[in-house]
Design a binder for this molecule. Structure first.
Ligand code: PMP
Length: 450
Protein backbone atom coordinates (compact mmCIF):
# COMPACT_ATOMS: atom_id res chain seq x y z
CA UNK A 1 0.00 0.00 0.00
CA UNK A 2 1.42 3.36 -0.92
CA UNK A 3 1.17 6.22 1.49
CA UNK A 4 -0.77 9.36 0.63
CA UNK A 5 2.57 11.14 0.16
CA UNK A 6 3.80 8.47 -2.27
CA UNK A 7 0.55 8.68 -4.21
CA UNK A 8 0.80 12.47 -4.62
CA UNK A 9 4.54 12.39 -5.32
CA UNK A 10 3.92 9.90 -8.13
CA UNK A 11 1.04 11.93 -9.52
CA UNK A 12 3.24 15.04 -9.39
CA UNK A 13 5.87 13.22 -11.44
CA UNK A 14 3.31 11.82 -13.86
CA UNK A 15 1.20 14.91 -14.47
CA UNK A 16 2.77 18.16 -13.26
CA UNK A 17 5.33 20.18 -15.20
CA UNK A 18 6.90 22.48 -12.61
CA UNK A 19 8.09 25.97 -13.64
CA UNK A 20 11.80 26.82 -13.72
CA UNK A 21 12.48 23.15 -12.96
CA UNK A 22 14.49 20.55 -14.83
CA UNK A 23 11.98 17.72 -14.62
CA UNK A 24 14.64 15.06 -15.24
CA UNK A 25 16.20 16.06 -11.90
CA UNK A 26 12.87 16.53 -10.23
CA UNK A 27 11.39 13.13 -10.98
CA UNK A 28 14.37 11.39 -9.44
CA UNK A 29 13.92 13.36 -6.19
CA UNK A 30 11.39 13.15 -3.40
CA UNK A 31 9.19 16.16 -4.15
CA UNK A 32 8.52 18.59 -1.36
CA UNK A 33 4.76 18.77 -1.08
CA UNK A 34 3.54 21.63 1.07
CA UNK A 35 0.38 20.86 2.94
CA UNK A 36 -0.21 23.92 5.08
CA UNK A 37 1.25 27.16 6.35
CA UNK A 38 1.09 28.90 9.68
CA UNK A 39 2.83 32.16 10.47
CA UNK A 40 6.08 32.25 8.55
CA UNK A 41 6.39 28.47 8.48
CA UNK A 42 5.31 25.98 5.86
CA UNK A 43 4.64 22.32 6.67
CA UNK A 44 5.13 19.42 4.29
CA UNK A 45 3.03 16.26 4.07
CA UNK A 46 5.26 14.51 6.60
CA UNK A 47 4.63 17.33 9.07
CA UNK A 48 8.16 18.78 8.80
CA UNK A 49 8.28 22.54 9.37
CA UNK A 50 10.29 24.98 7.26
CA UNK A 51 10.81 28.70 7.61
CA UNK A 52 9.62 30.42 4.46
CA UNK A 53 12.98 32.07 3.87
CA UNK A 54 12.09 33.39 0.41
CA UNK A 55 8.48 34.39 1.11
CA UNK A 56 7.22 31.73 -1.32
CA UNK A 57 9.07 33.41 -4.20
CA UNK A 58 9.27 36.91 -2.73
CA UNK A 59 5.66 37.68 -2.14
CA UNK A 60 4.51 36.76 1.34
CA UNK A 61 4.06 39.73 3.66
CA UNK A 62 2.13 38.70 6.80
CA UNK A 63 2.87 34.97 6.92
CA UNK A 64 0.50 32.16 6.04
CA UNK A 65 -3.02 31.37 7.21
CA UNK A 66 -3.57 34.92 8.49
CA UNK A 67 -7.05 35.19 10.07
CA UNK A 68 -7.71 38.75 8.83
CA UNK A 69 -6.81 37.85 5.25
CA UNK A 70 -8.77 34.59 5.34
CA UNK A 71 -11.77 36.52 6.63
CA UNK A 72 -11.57 39.12 3.87
CA UNK A 73 -11.72 36.37 1.26
CA UNK A 74 -14.56 34.56 3.04
CA UNK A 75 -16.58 37.78 3.31
CA UNK A 76 -16.11 38.54 -0.36
CA UNK A 77 -16.87 34.93 -1.35
CA UNK A 78 -20.34 35.25 0.09
CA UNK A 79 -20.88 38.29 -2.18
CA UNK A 80 -19.35 37.37 -5.53
CA UNK A 81 -16.18 35.47 -6.44
CA UNK A 82 -15.68 36.97 -9.84
CA UNK A 83 -17.21 39.31 -12.35
CA UNK A 84 -15.46 41.33 -15.03
CA UNK A 85 -14.08 44.86 -15.33
CA UNK A 86 -14.82 44.96 -19.04
CA UNK A 87 -17.29 47.83 -19.14
CA UNK A 88 -18.36 47.42 -15.47
CA UNK A 89 -16.77 47.24 -12.03
CA UNK A 90 -16.96 45.79 -8.51
CA UNK A 91 -16.60 47.24 -5.03
CA UNK A 92 -13.17 45.83 -3.97
CA UNK A 93 -11.59 46.68 -7.35
CA UNK A 94 -12.75 50.29 -7.07
CA UNK A 95 -11.74 50.72 -3.45
CA UNK A 96 -8.36 49.13 -4.03
CA UNK A 97 -7.71 51.38 -7.04
CA UNK A 98 -8.32 54.46 -4.89
CA UNK A 99 -6.02 53.09 -2.19
CA UNK A 100 -3.24 52.29 -4.66
CA UNK A 101 -3.45 55.72 -6.23
CA UNK A 102 -2.97 57.21 -2.75
CA UNK A 103 -0.01 55.11 -1.63
CA UNK A 104 2.01 55.04 -4.86
CA UNK A 105 4.40 57.83 -5.94
CA UNK A 106 2.78 61.09 -6.91
CA UNK A 107 1.08 61.36 -10.27
CA UNK A 108 0.17 57.66 -10.57
CA UNK A 109 -3.59 57.97 -10.36
CA UNK A 110 -4.95 55.37 -12.76
CA UNK A 111 -4.93 51.66 -11.99
CA UNK A 112 -5.12 48.92 -14.63
CA UNK A 113 -5.38 45.44 -13.11
CA UNK A 114 -4.00 42.14 -14.31
CA UNK A 115 -3.07 38.86 -12.70
CA UNK A 116 0.72 38.46 -12.61
CA UNK A 117 3.82 40.59 -12.64
CA UNK A 118 4.50 39.56 -16.24
CA UNK A 119 1.06 40.63 -17.46
CA UNK A 120 1.48 43.90 -15.56
CA UNK A 121 4.72 44.43 -17.48
CA UNK A 122 3.06 43.58 -20.80
CA UNK A 123 0.45 46.21 -20.05
CA UNK A 124 3.05 48.83 -19.17
CA UNK A 125 4.94 48.14 -22.40
CA UNK A 126 1.81 48.26 -24.54
CA UNK A 127 0.57 51.40 -22.80
CA UNK A 128 3.89 53.16 -23.30
CA UNK A 129 3.91 52.16 -26.96
CA UNK A 130 0.32 53.20 -27.62
CA UNK A 131 0.72 56.41 -25.62
CA UNK A 132 3.16 57.71 -28.20
CA UNK A 133 1.09 56.37 -31.11
CA UNK A 134 -2.02 58.08 -29.73
CA UNK A 135 -0.07 61.31 -29.38
CA UNK A 136 1.01 61.07 -33.01
CA UNK A 137 4.66 60.40 -32.20
CA UNK A 138 4.82 57.33 -34.40
CA UNK A 139 8.59 56.82 -34.29
CA UNK A 140 8.80 55.97 -30.59
CA UNK A 141 8.46 52.19 -30.80
CA UNK A 142 11.40 50.61 -28.94
CA UNK A 143 12.44 50.12 -25.32
CA UNK A 144 15.54 50.32 -23.21
CA UNK A 145 16.25 47.73 -20.57
CA UNK A 146 19.21 46.96 -18.33
CA UNK A 147 21.71 44.16 -18.58
CA UNK A 148 20.55 41.08 -16.63
CA UNK A 149 17.04 42.50 -16.22
CA UNK A 150 14.12 40.22 -15.46
CA UNK A 151 10.53 41.33 -15.95
CA UNK A 152 8.61 38.05 -16.23
CA UNK A 153 8.16 35.25 -18.71
CA UNK A 154 5.60 36.35 -21.28
CA UNK A 155 6.87 37.39 -24.71
CA UNK A 156 6.87 41.16 -24.18
CA UNK A 157 8.42 40.81 -20.74
CA UNK A 158 11.06 38.46 -22.14
CA UNK A 159 11.76 40.97 -24.93
CA UNK A 160 12.81 43.47 -22.27
CA UNK A 161 14.58 40.71 -20.33
CA UNK A 162 18.34 40.35 -20.46
CA UNK A 163 19.33 37.19 -18.61
CA UNK A 164 20.97 35.00 -21.26
CA UNK A 165 20.17 31.69 -19.55
CA UNK A 166 16.45 32.40 -19.51
CA UNK A 167 15.99 34.63 -22.52
CA UNK A 168 18.49 33.92 -25.29
CA UNK A 169 16.75 30.87 -26.70
CA UNK A 170 13.66 32.95 -27.43
CA UNK A 171 15.56 35.84 -29.04
CA UNK A 172 14.44 35.02 -32.64
CA UNK A 173 10.79 35.49 -31.67
CA UNK A 174 11.23 38.66 -29.58
CA UNK A 175 11.17 42.36 -30.38
CA UNK A 176 14.64 43.87 -29.99
CA UNK A 177 15.38 46.19 -27.07
CA UNK A 178 18.34 48.43 -26.29
CA UNK A 179 20.34 47.12 -23.34
CA UNK A 180 22.38 49.44 -21.14
CA UNK A 181 24.78 48.18 -18.45
CA UNK A 182 23.44 47.59 -14.96
CA UNK A 183 25.75 49.02 -12.27
CA UNK A 184 26.89 45.71 -10.78
CA UNK A 185 29.60 47.16 -8.57
CA UNK A 186 31.06 43.87 -7.32
CA UNK A 187 31.77 42.71 -10.85
CA UNK A 188 32.70 46.06 -12.35
CA UNK A 189 36.35 46.90 -12.68
CA UNK A 190 36.72 50.26 -11.01
CA UNK A 191 33.98 49.63 -8.46
CA UNK A 192 30.73 51.36 -7.66
CA UNK A 193 31.40 54.89 -8.89
CA UNK A 194 32.76 53.68 -12.20
CA UNK A 195 29.82 51.25 -12.61
CA UNK A 196 27.38 54.08 -12.00
CA UNK A 197 29.15 56.33 -14.51
CA UNK A 198 29.08 53.58 -17.12
CA UNK A 199 25.33 53.16 -16.74
CA UNK A 200 24.50 56.85 -16.85
CA UNK A 201 26.86 57.51 -19.75
CA UNK A 202 25.37 54.66 -21.77
CA UNK A 203 21.86 55.94 -21.16
CA UNK A 204 22.79 59.52 -22.05
CA UNK A 205 24.67 58.48 -25.19
CA UNK A 206 21.82 56.33 -26.39
CA UNK A 207 19.21 59.00 -25.84
CA UNK A 208 21.39 61.71 -27.32
CA UNK A 209 21.20 59.96 -30.67
CA UNK A 210 18.08 57.80 -30.62
CA UNK A 211 15.51 59.27 -28.21
CA UNK A 212 13.00 59.77 -31.01
CA UNK A 213 12.86 55.97 -31.51
CA UNK A 214 12.49 55.09 -27.84
CA UNK A 215 9.18 54.83 -26.03
CA UNK A 216 10.39 53.99 -22.52
CA UNK A 217 13.08 52.71 -20.21
CA UNK A 218 12.02 49.83 -17.98
CA UNK A 219 13.88 49.30 -14.74
CA UNK A 220 13.77 47.28 -11.52
CA UNK A 221 14.17 50.19 -9.09
CA UNK A 222 17.00 50.11 -6.52
CA UNK A 223 17.31 46.30 -6.53
CA UNK A 224 17.66 44.13 -9.60
CA UNK A 225 16.13 40.92 -8.32
CA UNK A 226 16.47 37.82 -10.48
CA UNK A 227 20.00 38.73 -11.61
CA UNK A 228 21.16 38.07 -8.04
CA UNK A 229 19.70 40.76 -5.74
CA UNK A 230 22.02 43.44 -7.09
CA UNK A 231 21.59 46.84 -5.45
CA UNK A 232 22.04 50.10 -7.35
CA UNK A 233 24.55 52.71 -6.24
CA UNK A 234 23.01 55.71 -4.50
CA UNK A 235 21.30 58.19 -6.85
CA UNK A 236 21.42 55.87 -9.85
CA UNK A 237 17.65 55.64 -10.15
CA UNK A 238 17.20 59.36 -9.58
CA UNK A 239 19.74 60.23 -12.27
CA UNK A 240 18.25 57.77 -14.73
CA UNK A 241 14.80 59.24 -14.17
CA UNK A 242 16.14 62.75 -14.79
CA UNK A 243 17.85 61.70 -18.02
CA UNK A 244 14.65 60.03 -19.29
CA UNK A 245 12.66 63.16 -18.51
CA UNK A 246 15.16 65.35 -20.30
CA UNK A 247 14.91 63.29 -23.49
CA UNK A 248 11.15 62.71 -23.36
CA UNK A 249 11.36 58.98 -22.75
CA UNK A 250 8.90 57.34 -20.35
CA UNK A 251 10.11 55.62 -17.21
CA UNK A 252 8.51 52.28 -16.30
CA UNK A 253 9.30 51.15 -12.76
CA UNK A 254 8.87 47.42 -12.29
CA UNK A 255 8.15 47.23 -8.55
CA UNK A 256 6.83 43.66 -8.74
CA UNK A 257 9.61 42.39 -6.47
CA UNK A 258 10.50 45.58 -4.58
CA UNK A 259 7.00 46.86 -3.80
CA UNK A 260 5.02 46.68 -0.57
CA UNK A 261 7.73 47.39 1.96
CA UNK A 262 10.33 44.93 0.78
CA UNK A 263 13.14 47.50 0.54
CA UNK A 264 12.14 49.50 3.61
CA UNK A 265 9.80 51.96 1.86
CA UNK A 266 6.35 51.14 0.52
CA UNK A 267 7.89 51.34 -2.97
CA UNK A 268 11.59 51.40 -3.83
CA UNK A 269 11.09 54.49 -6.04
CA UNK A 270 10.39 56.46 -2.87
CA UNK A 271 13.93 55.85 -1.65
CA UNK A 272 15.13 58.29 -4.31
CA UNK A 273 11.98 60.34 -4.59
CA UNK A 274 11.33 59.13 -8.13
CA UNK A 275 7.88 59.30 -9.70
CA UNK A 276 7.78 57.03 -12.74
CA UNK A 277 5.29 57.41 -15.60
CA UNK A 278 4.17 53.80 -15.28
CA UNK A 279 4.61 51.45 -12.38
CA UNK A 280 4.01 47.70 -12.20
CA UNK A 281 3.10 45.98 -8.95
CA UNK A 282 2.22 42.39 -8.09
CA UNK A 283 3.55 39.76 -5.68
CA UNK A 284 3.07 41.43 -2.25
CA UNK A 285 -0.01 43.37 -3.36
CA UNK A 286 -2.34 40.71 -1.93
CA UNK A 287 0.02 39.91 0.94
CA UNK A 288 1.04 37.03 -1.32
CA UNK A 289 -2.39 35.41 -1.16
CA UNK A 290 -3.93 35.65 -4.62
CA UNK A 291 -2.78 36.48 -8.15
CA UNK A 292 -3.46 40.19 -8.58
CA UNK A 293 -1.13 42.66 -10.26
CA UNK A 294 -1.61 46.21 -11.44
CA UNK A 295 -0.06 48.75 -13.77
CA UNK A 296 -0.38 52.34 -12.59
CA UNK A 297 -0.30 55.22 -15.04
CA UNK A 298 -0.12 58.98 -14.72
CA UNK A 299 -3.04 61.21 -15.70
CA UNK A 300 -0.93 62.36 -18.64
CA UNK A 301 -0.74 58.82 -20.02
CA UNK A 302 -4.39 58.10 -19.27
CA UNK A 303 -5.52 61.22 -21.11
CA UNK A 304 -3.71 60.20 -24.29
CA UNK A 305 -6.19 57.28 -24.45
CA UNK A 306 -9.24 59.35 -23.48
CA UNK A 307 -11.00 60.33 -26.71
CA UNK A 308 -14.09 59.92 -28.83
CA UNK A 309 -14.54 56.29 -29.82
CA UNK A 310 -14.03 57.00 -33.53
CA UNK A 311 -10.54 58.30 -32.82
CA UNK A 312 -9.51 54.70 -32.04
CA UNK A 313 -7.44 55.52 -28.98
CA UNK A 314 -8.99 52.84 -26.75
CA UNK A 315 -6.57 50.53 -24.93
CA UNK A 316 -7.70 47.16 -26.28
CA UNK A 317 -6.26 44.98 -23.55
CA UNK A 318 -7.79 42.98 -20.68
CA UNK A 319 -7.72 39.55 -19.07
CA UNK A 320 -10.64 37.39 -18.00
CA UNK A 321 -9.72 37.73 -14.33
CA UNK A 322 -8.79 41.42 -14.39
CA UNK A 323 -9.93 43.07 -11.15
CA UNK A 324 -10.92 39.81 -9.45
CA UNK A 325 -12.99 40.78 -6.37
CA UNK A 326 -11.52 38.11 -4.08
CA UNK A 327 -8.00 39.23 -4.92
CA UNK A 328 -8.81 42.91 -4.56
CA UNK A 329 -10.58 42.28 -1.23
CA UNK A 330 -7.58 40.47 0.20
CA UNK A 331 -5.25 43.18 -1.12
CA UNK A 332 -7.28 45.80 0.75
CA UNK A 333 -7.14 43.69 3.92
CA UNK A 334 -3.40 43.22 3.52
CA UNK A 335 -2.77 46.95 3.12
CA UNK A 336 -4.92 47.63 6.19
CA UNK A 337 -2.90 45.16 8.24
CA UNK A 338 0.36 46.70 7.01
CA UNK A 339 -0.84 50.06 8.28
CA UNK A 340 -2.24 48.81 11.59
CA UNK A 341 0.96 46.92 12.32
CA UNK A 342 3.31 49.70 11.12
CA UNK A 343 5.03 47.11 8.99
CA UNK A 344 6.98 49.47 6.75
CA UNK A 345 8.38 51.33 9.74
CA UNK A 346 9.37 47.96 11.21
CA UNK A 347 11.47 46.91 8.25
CA UNK A 348 14.40 49.17 9.12
CA UNK A 349 15.10 47.58 12.50
CA UNK A 350 14.61 44.07 11.12
CA UNK A 351 16.93 44.82 8.21
CA UNK A 352 19.57 46.19 10.59
CA UNK A 353 19.32 43.04 12.69
CA UNK A 354 19.75 40.82 9.61
CA UNK A 355 22.68 42.90 8.40
CA UNK A 356 24.42 42.63 11.71
CA UNK A 357 23.83 38.87 11.90
CA UNK A 358 25.13 38.30 8.37
CA UNK A 359 28.20 40.46 8.93
CA UNK A 360 29.73 37.36 10.56
CA UNK A 361 29.83 35.81 7.11
CA UNK A 362 32.00 38.56 5.62
CA UNK A 363 35.26 36.86 6.52
CA UNK A 364 34.32 33.41 5.26
CA UNK A 365 36.56 32.29 2.39
CA UNK A 366 33.81 31.81 -0.19
CA UNK A 367 31.48 34.69 0.61
CA UNK A 368 32.25 37.26 -2.07
CA UNK A 369 29.57 39.89 -1.66
CA UNK A 370 26.65 40.40 0.71
CA UNK A 371 24.01 42.68 -0.79
CA UNK A 372 21.00 43.90 1.07
CA UNK A 373 18.22 46.45 0.80
CA UNK A 374 15.57 46.16 3.48
CA UNK A 375 14.54 42.53 3.74
CA UNK A 376 15.97 41.57 0.37
CA UNK A 377 19.31 39.83 0.67
CA UNK A 378 21.64 38.17 -1.83
CA UNK A 379 24.90 36.51 -0.85
CA UNK A 380 27.22 35.87 -3.77
CA UNK A 381 29.39 32.80 -3.31
CA UNK A 382 32.74 32.65 -5.09
CA UNK A 383 35.39 30.02 -5.58
CA UNK A 384 38.19 32.50 -4.97
CA UNK A 385 37.54 35.49 -2.79
CA UNK A 386 40.64 37.44 -3.87
CA UNK A 387 40.19 37.07 -7.60
CA UNK A 388 36.37 36.96 -7.31
CA UNK A 389 36.45 33.92 -9.53
CA UNK A 390 32.92 32.53 -9.66
CA UNK A 391 31.98 28.92 -9.15
CA UNK A 392 31.20 27.10 -12.37
CA UNK A 393 27.49 26.99 -13.13
CA UNK A 394 27.65 23.19 -13.22
CA UNK A 395 28.89 23.01 -9.62
CA UNK A 396 25.44 24.23 -8.53
CA UNK A 397 26.78 25.70 -5.33
CA UNK A 398 23.64 27.78 -4.80
CA UNK A 399 21.41 24.76 -5.30
CA UNK A 400 23.47 22.73 -2.85
CA UNK A 401 23.43 25.46 -0.21
CA UNK A 402 19.68 25.70 -0.66
CA UNK A 403 19.30 21.96 -0.21
CA UNK A 404 21.36 22.18 2.97
CA UNK A 405 19.14 25.03 4.22
CA UNK A 406 16.13 22.84 3.59
CA UNK A 407 17.63 20.03 5.67
CA UNK A 408 18.17 22.59 8.41
CA UNK A 409 14.56 23.77 8.22
CA UNK A 410 14.39 26.75 5.86
CA UNK A 411 13.20 27.08 2.28
CA UNK A 412 14.75 29.40 -0.26
CA UNK A 413 15.73 29.33 -3.92
CA UNK A 414 19.13 30.39 -5.23
CA UNK A 415 19.93 32.61 -8.20
CA UNK A 416 22.96 30.87 -9.69
CA UNK A 417 25.74 31.30 -7.13
CA UNK A 418 23.74 33.79 -5.10
CA UNK A 419 21.95 32.62 -1.96
CA UNK A 420 18.69 34.48 -1.56
CA UNK A 421 17.13 35.48 1.73
CA UNK A 422 13.80 37.28 1.46
CA UNK A 423 11.82 36.56 4.63
CA UNK A 424 8.19 37.60 5.11
CA UNK A 425 7.96 41.17 6.39
CA UNK A 426 6.11 39.88 9.45
CA UNK A 427 9.11 37.79 10.62
CA UNK A 428 10.01 38.51 14.23
CA UNK A 429 13.55 39.11 15.44
CA UNK A 430 13.59 35.63 16.98
CA UNK A 431 12.58 34.13 13.66
CA UNK A 432 15.11 36.23 11.74
CA UNK A 433 17.74 35.07 14.20
CA UNK A 434 16.93 31.41 13.55
CA UNK A 435 16.71 31.90 9.77
CA UNK A 436 20.00 33.78 9.46
CA UNK A 437 21.67 31.01 11.51
CA UNK A 438 20.40 28.43 9.02
CA UNK A 439 21.45 30.60 6.10
CA UNK A 440 24.99 31.00 7.44
CA UNK A 441 25.36 27.34 8.36
CA UNK A 442 24.14 26.14 4.98
CA UNK A 443 26.64 28.41 3.20
CA UNK A 444 29.53 27.36 5.43
CA UNK A 445 28.69 23.66 5.25
CA UNK A 446 28.53 23.65 1.47
CA UNK A 447 31.45 25.95 0.64
CA UNK A 448 33.82 24.87 3.43
CA UNK A 449 32.62 21.38 4.33
CA UNK A 450 34.66 18.39 3.24
N1 PMP B 1 9.19 41.69 -12.53
C1 PMP B 1 10.06 41.42 -11.55
C2 PMP B 1 11.04 42.47 -11.13
C3 PMP B 1 10.04 40.18 -10.93
O1 PMP B 1 10.93 39.91 -9.96
C4 PMP B 1 9.09 39.23 -11.34
C5 PMP B 1 8.97 37.85 -10.70
N2 PMP B 1 9.99 37.42 -9.91
C6 PMP B 1 8.22 39.57 -12.37
C7 PMP B 1 8.29 40.81 -12.94
C8 PMP B 1 7.20 38.59 -12.89
O2 PMP B 1 6.16 38.43 -11.99
P1 PMP B 1 5.22 37.14 -12.11
O3 PMP B 1 6.06 35.96 -11.71
O4 PMP B 1 4.12 37.41 -11.13
O5 PMP B 1 4.75 37.07 -13.51
Amino acid sequence: MQTDYERLANLNKDYLWNPFTQMKDYITSDPLIIERGEGIKLYDMQGRAYYDGFSSVWLNVHGHNVPELNQAITDQLSQVAHSTLLGMANRPAIELAEKLAKITPRGLNKVFYSDSGATGVEIAIKMAFQYWQNKGVKSKTTFITMNQAYHGDTIGAVSVGAIPLYHDIFRPMLFPSHVIPYPYAYRHEGGEKSALDATLTALRDLLETRAEEIAALIVEPIVQGASGIVTMPLNCLREMAAICRKYDVLLIADEVATGFGRTGAMFACELEDVSPDLMVIGKGLTGGYLPVAATLATDEIYHAFYADYEEQKTFFHGHSFTGNPLGCAVALASLKLMEERNMIEGVEAKAAFVEQKLSNLKDRPHVGDIRQKGLMVGIELVRNKDSREPYEWIERVGVRATQRARELGMLTRPLGNVMVFIPPLASTETELDAMTDILAKSIIDVTEGG
